[in-house]
Design a protein around this ligand. Structure first.
Ligand code: NDP
Ligand SMILES: O=C(O)C1=N[C@H](C(=O)O)C[C@H](O)C1
Length: 263
């Protein structure tokens, strides 16, 4: 498959380029970054000291040279790239987080034209953790206060992380609730006692933390903690390439990593 990478000079973009260079079944044909990026015109593998023969460009019509785009950028960038994917009939793996409801609706609409995998976390371990959380929430559906904690590097721009939101939504759904109706996004000052059935969120940003998530089920006299800790972005890149291969068999439709891992 011919692969395009968006945000080619970003943390995930570079990780994906490194992963693709070692894959005999995948060929890097397009590397995108945004207009004004200092990376435009450089070889996509320059950071590896490897010549891919693909120059980083801001020209979205370059997507005509790809079968599938892998996009880890920002919501506004991803939505622009997605329009170009629809124009050129290119499939898309979206790892970007922080979309508004309107952004998510635009992804849903695009999936009627091209096949899309959209997931806030591509790692196998996190997706297994979501299954564990569903089971825990069903077992611990009364008498337990749920709190979601996440920690990421100092450059992350959205909060809570897409993964923390997915974890909260998994627990809320197991309890027959919508996350927006039960989420306590922040606490400060005289908050009053904690509400039963609410799901609290707390966020740490610092240093080079790749991504830690813990969901606490706090009962009386006991506490259960379900944690996942990432020590390398390689797991996100490898999961993304599994998603690319999954899309090879799809023409259109919206899928997530649970679909990919179940196939
Ligand atoms: N689903 C998953 O498994 C994972 C998801 N993520 C998500 O992926 C996204 C990117 O993360 P990360 O790689 O760490 O971020 P980086 O900031 O390192 O990289 C983002 C890249 O996208 C570019 N970019 C920024 N804005 C735009 C835009 N409007 N249009 C086009 N390109 C743009 C940046 O260019 P410039 O540097 O010039 O701004 C940069 O090259 C985040 O939303 C993050 O939460 C991250 C890891 C795993
Ligand atoms: O920005 C990051 O780094 C990450 N973002 C994703 C998220 O928001 O959940 C996935 C992972 O935690 C790393």
């Amino acid at each position: 498959m011919r692969i395009a990478i968006a945000g080619a000079d970003g943390r995930m973009g570079r990780m994906l380029i490194e992963a693709i260079v070692g894959c005999p079944d995948l060929e890097l044909t397009v590397a995108l970054d945004r207009i004004g990026s200092s990376a435009i015109g450089q070889d996509a593998g320059a950071f590896l000291g490897h010549d891919t023969g693909v120059s980083i460009t801001a020209d979205l019509d370059a997507l005509a040279q790809a079968d599938c785009l892998v996009d880890f950028t920002r919501p506004e960038g991803t939505l622009l790239h997605l329009q170009a994917c629809v124009k050129h009939g290119v499939k898309c793996v979206i790892g970007t987080t922080g979309f508004s409801d309107e952004g998510k609706q635009a992804i849903q609409a695009a999936s009627r034209k091209v096949a899309i995998v959209f997931a806030p976390n591509m790692s196998v371990g996190v997706n297994a953790t979501l299954k564990l959380l569903d089971m825990a929430a069903r077992l611990l559906n009364t008498g337990y206060d749920v709190e979601v904690f996440e920690a990421h590097h100092r450059n992350k721009v959205d909060a809570p992380s897409g993964t923390a939101l997915a974890m909260g939504a998994t627990v809320a759904s197991a309890w027959g609730k919508n996350l927006d109706d039960v989420a306590d996004w922040a606490r400060h000052g005289e908050t009053g006692a904690r509400e039963t059935g609410h799901i609290g969120f707390s966020v740490l940003r610092g240093g080079d933390i790749v991504g830690d998530h813990t969901v606490y089920f706090c009962g009386t006299g006991e506490r259960i903690e379900i944690s996942h800790k990432s020590s390398s972005r390689a797991t996100y890149a490898q999961g993304s390439l599994r998603a690319v291969r999954y899309l090879a068999r799809k023409q259109f439709g919206l899928f997530d990593m649970q679909d990919v891992l179940a196939s």
